[in-house]
Design a protein around this ligand. Structure first.
Ligand code: UDP
Ligand code: MG
Length: 322
């Protein structure tokens, strides 16, 4: 490894973060300088429409040796942005971080220590998570489902302050999945994972980039990308419901013969029909989630498109997932 090869790559997706970037720069660089390892910070601008790009350019000029900026053409989503950063990262160890300072940059050293001990994946859970009540409750719920329905065991899949060894990153880079959930992917690929607790702060400025709708989409990405249990569960529910309906039919026929025709209970029947209709629609929707992802995958469109890269020593041309 020569001097220009960083030990540590820090990958940070940036989407309309003009309000926090100055504070991020002010805290991140001193924290990384203090680690005394050659490092690079890879900012991936995910199609911001505010002043983020201009601010990243300025920061690149201030610290050109340690800073690289990848400018994606439009908004491809947080995970695609991180993948773009991974593909260009050069460090032996890679750490991801949110731009909004919810993951304190001062915690990076803790993760690096675990990576240097030989762990190829450092997962995290957030101590005293500082998010709104409904976000925390929804996360608990999704964490519990993910724990049962997928092979991925982790305490908290939402925290993006995580560390990865080079081999895991290389495997992720070789994965040609269009829709994915990076921590879950890494958890599968690693051979010596560990989970640690990290601090968590409130977003220091700006707003969350995730609406309820985008959070639900992301949750489907996680569930459908790593498990077919939802589909199998559906067959089982269908099986049970068919059995129950079968019994109901036998009962109603017997009643018709022995008691005679009747018109009571029509609304009960309505309730049952609507309930079953709801389940059926959900099932069709669920199938759609899987099929939609298959469709996205077979089209083989690029996961992201890089508009420009700001860096001091460009890499040799490489095949990087676009
Ligand atoms: N982000 C991104 N693309 C997006 C949405 C978010 O690159 O489409 C980045 C964002 O700039 C931040 C990180 O992903 O660095 C996490 O976003 P945010 O803090 O809004 O999510 P939350 O903490 O509310 O889950
Ligand atoms: Mg955040």
């Amino acid at each position: 490894m020569n001097d220009s090869t960083p030990v540590l790559s820090v990958v940070i997706p940036v989407y309309n973060e003009e309000d926090v970037l100055p504070q991020l720069f002010a805290r991140l660089y001193p924290a990384l300088d203090a680690l005394n390892r050659p490092y690079e910070v890879l900012f991936v601008n995910d199609g911001s429409r505010d002043r983020s790009v201009a601010m990243l350019r300025e920061q690149f000029q201030r610290r050109p040796a340690e800073t690289r900026v990848i400018l994606l053409q439009v908004n491809f989503g947080q995970h695609a942005a991180i993948l773009a950063g991974f593909a260009r990262s050069r460090g032996k160890y890679i750490i991801t971080l949110d731009a909004d300072l919810q993951n304190p940059p001062e915690e990076v050293g803790k993760l690096l220590a675990k990576l240097e001990e030989g762990h190829d994946y450092v997962g995290t859970w957030r101590a005293k998570r500082q998010d709104s009540w409904w976000r925390k409750t929804a996360s608990k719920f999704v964490n519990a489902i993910r724990d049962r329905a997928t092979p991925i065991k982790m305490a908290d899949h939402g925290c993006m302050l995580r560390g990865y060894g080079r081999s895991v990153i290389d495997t992720i880079n070789a994965t040609r999945e269009n829709v994915t959930f990076i921590p879950a992917l890494a958890a599968i690929y690693s051979s010596n994972p560990i989970e640690i607790e990290v601090k968590h702060d409130e977003r220091s400025a700006g707003e969350s980039k995730y609406s309820l709708y985008r959070l639900i989409r992301l949750t489907f990405d996680l569930m459908t990308g790593f498990s077919t249990v939802p589909l199998q569960l559906f067959s089982l529910v269908g099986l049970v419901l068919s059995a129950i309906s079968g019994l109901l039919v036998i009962y109603l026929i017997a009643r018709r013969i022995f008691v005679g025709p009747e018109a009571e209970g029509v609304f009960t029947l309505f309730a049952i029909v609507f309930f079953l209709l709801g389940i059926t629609l959900f099932g069709i929707g669920l199938l759609g989630e899987y099929i939609g992802r298959i469709y996205v995958q077979v089209r083989q469109r690029p996961r992201y498109i890089i508009g420009a890269v700001l860096e001091q020593t460009p890499d040799a041309p490489r095949h990087d997932g676009t």
